[in-house]
Design a protein around this ligand. Structure first.
Ligand code: CAA
Length: 257
């Protein structure tokens, strides 16, 4: 299957999605959202895929939601169409997703990176929520996920001034998990995804779900959710294999179920 706004391939158990609107620095339009949600749904349904990498170009991961598409909107249309709400489906993907970010990750681009489970950035990456410069505010989760990721003071700084943050500051702030040289970005992200995809798929999906609860709920509720997911994993073949392999001093052969 071919797409107009994405390049999609599989590498072993890893699904690789490259945002591909170079003429617009990968601005996120409706078509890209539709294509991305379709691809993610396919990857989620495919037992052969254990992890997903989303990347862009060297110059831009994505320079935001498509300003040209949004410019004519009025309030009523934005509300009726629930503008930006479709991105909740991307954030809702249950398989591990890594953002490999080079260049600009601005506005919706930064928000898309934050929808992924962690971000690996090139030294050239620049993150920001410059919506204030356009007379709006972030609409794809920026005020919420950025605040949870880097705290109130820095999130306010970025959302209120619209300034950009380089990769080093993003790593210091906890937005980014790793920073690597530009030429190593994709290899690093693919290697991390391959590692994740080699583990029990059920365990990886549950780890993602459990960490996700920490984002969304109070500690006691998160602990309860974690405990139940932890218990549930004792019903899987992969738990028996993983623990038996440890005791027998051999590598586990996970069956991903
Ligand atoms: N939407 C639509 N088109 C965009 C775009 C965007 N977000 N960002 C860049 N483009 C287009 C430009 O219009 C330009 O197209 P033309 O050649 O047809 O004029 C092309 O991409 C190349 O961009 P530039 O010439 O501007 O490239 P540059 O290297 O000089 O600057 C940049 C790069 C600093 C990233 C600049 O493009 C920029 O500031 N982009 C907008 C960033 C932004 O404000 N993002 C937030 C969008 S709003 C949002 O995301 C809301 C939300 O939360 C849902």
């Amino acid at each position: 299957m071919t797409y107009e706004t994405l390049l999609v391939e599989t590498r072993g158990r890893v699904g690789l999605i490259t945002l591909n609107r170079p003429q617009a620095l990968n601005a996120l339009n409706r078509q890209l959202l539709d294509e991305l949600t379709g691809v993610l749904a396919g990857f989620e349904a495919d037992a052969g895929i254990g992890a997903i990498v989303i990347t862009g170009s060297e110059k831009a991961f994505a320079a935001g939601a498509d300003i040209k598409e949004m410019q004519p909107y009025g309030f009523a249309q934005a509300m009726l169409e629930d503008l930006a709400a479709g991105w909740d489906d991307v954030a809702g993907c249950r398989k591990p997703m890594i953002a490999a970010v080079s260049g600009f990750a601005l506005g919706g681009g930064c928000e898309l990176a934050m929808m992924c489970d962690f971000i690996i950035a090139s030294e050239t990456a620049k993150f920001g929520q410059p919506e204030i410069t356009l007379g709006v505010i972030p609409g794809m989760g920026g005020t919420q996920r950025l605040t949870r990721a880097i705290g109130k003071s820095k999130a306010m700084d970025l959302c209120l001034t619209g300034r950009l943050m380089d990769a080093a500051e993003a790593e210091r702030s906890g937005l980014v998990a790793r920073v690597v040289a530009p030429e190593k970005l994709l290899d690093e992200a693919l290697a991390a995804a391959e590692k994740i995809a080699g583990f029990s798929l059920t365990a990886a999906m549950m780890a993602k779900e459990a960490v996700g609860r920490a984002y969304e709920t109070v500690l006691s509720e998160g602990m309860r959710a974690e405990r139940r997911l932890f218990h549930a994993l004792f019903a899987t073949d992969d738990q028996k294999e993983g623990m038996t392999a440890f005791i027998e001093k051999r590598k586990p052969a996970f069956r991903h179920r």
